[in-house]
Write a protein of this length. Structure first.
Length: 272
């Protein structure tokens, strides 16, 4: 039985991934903002003692640090960590830390999760971190890491959201060689287009909302993509960005170490 952490398990792809992990007999640790829905899989896992749920807001430095500290102390061993939680909003928003929210939740929070839970992952067997990214990262055509915490322009999906996911895949790539000694592998993965609350929300451009019924799959499909990225063999090299299950070149790779430095400093200097 593996012990696996999933953030964002309250809905969409994260919820389906949690169900699949539970169905395979693993122990799932969840970190969610909203309570887990009262679906039969959750009830059954609670009764068997296979589910440990924690609540925290990943946009809020204090809340996430408190929740992660609790998880780290209750779960000294974690085999795999899936950073699934993410936001794609319809208008600009700034967090209490003064940072643009897509950067805070989609880029920085996954780094903080790893940082806080690294000792637990080091004691695990798989030692794998999966960051859920997006192929929107491939659509970015100009990129300056310095603007990530406060981008000047807003565009649905292809603005701060795409930048935040590109930055996530870039720091994942830059961190991989540094973690070699710990045998922790880090990958970023696009789950593909899924019908979830996020893709029905106002963060989606109107034309994509029109195409959604035709082109987007049930979130089980995205969960399967994440599952395969983590557990299928041969596994992807550490640092890879998987799109449609295959390692894919990350744009602006030459800026990867700059992004990692930015994220490390935001995590360190703002008290996480
Ligand atoms: N669906 C797609 O087509 C698609 C494509 C590419 C990438 N992705 C990525 O896949 C991941 C899952 O997205 P989804 O489509 O399944 O969307 P979703 O159903 O909206 O799920 C997003 C999850 O993130 C959580 N979350 C958002 N803000 C949070 C915060 N401040 N603190 C803690 N948790 C927070 C949500 O919690 P609440 O329930 O409390 O809102 C929810 O559980 C995201 O990273 C997304 O960017 C999705």
């Amino acid at each position: 039985m593996k012990r696996v952490l999933v953030t964002g398990a309250s809905s969409g792809v994260g919820l389906e991934l949690m169900k699949r992990l539970l169905g395979s007999g693993h122990h799932v640790v969840t970190l969610t903002r909203s309570p887990l829905p009262a679906v039969p899989e959750v009830q059954a896992a609670r009764e068997r003692g296979h589910l440990s749920g924690y609540q925290g807001n990943l946009a809020d430095a204090k809340s996430r640090t408190t929740a992660l500290a609790e998880i780290a102390s209750a779960h000294p061993r974690l085999d795999v960590v899936f950073n699934v939680a993410g936001v794609s909003l319809g208008k600009p928003q700034t967090t209490a830390q003064g940072r643009e929210i897509h950067f805070e939740v989609n880029t920085l929070a996954p780094f903080v999760v790893l940082d806080e839970l690294r000792p637990s992952l080091e004691r695990g067997e798989d030692r794998l971190l999966v960051n859920v990214s997006s192929n929107a990262a491939l659509m970015v055509n100009s990129f300056d890491p310095a603007v990530l915490p406060a981008p000047e322009e807003f565009k649905k999906l292809f603005g701060p959201y795409a930048l935040s996911k590109l930055a996530l895949s870039l720091w994942t790539h830059a961190l991989a060689p540094r973690l070699e000694a710990t045998r922790i592998r880090v990958i970023s993965v696009c789950p593909g287009p899924n019908k979830t609350p996020m893709t029905a929300g106002d963060g989606m451009p109107w034309w994509l909302l029109m195409l959604r019924p035709l082109l987007f799959a049930h979130p089980r499909k995205g969960a399967t993509t994440l599952w395969q990225a983590a557990f299928a063999h041969p596994s992807a090299p550490s640092g890879a960005f998987l799109v449609k299950g295959k390692p894919t070149p990350i744009p602006f790779l030459e800026r990867a170490s700059e992004v990692l430095t930015l994220v490390e400093s935001a995590a360190g200097t703002r008290g996480h």
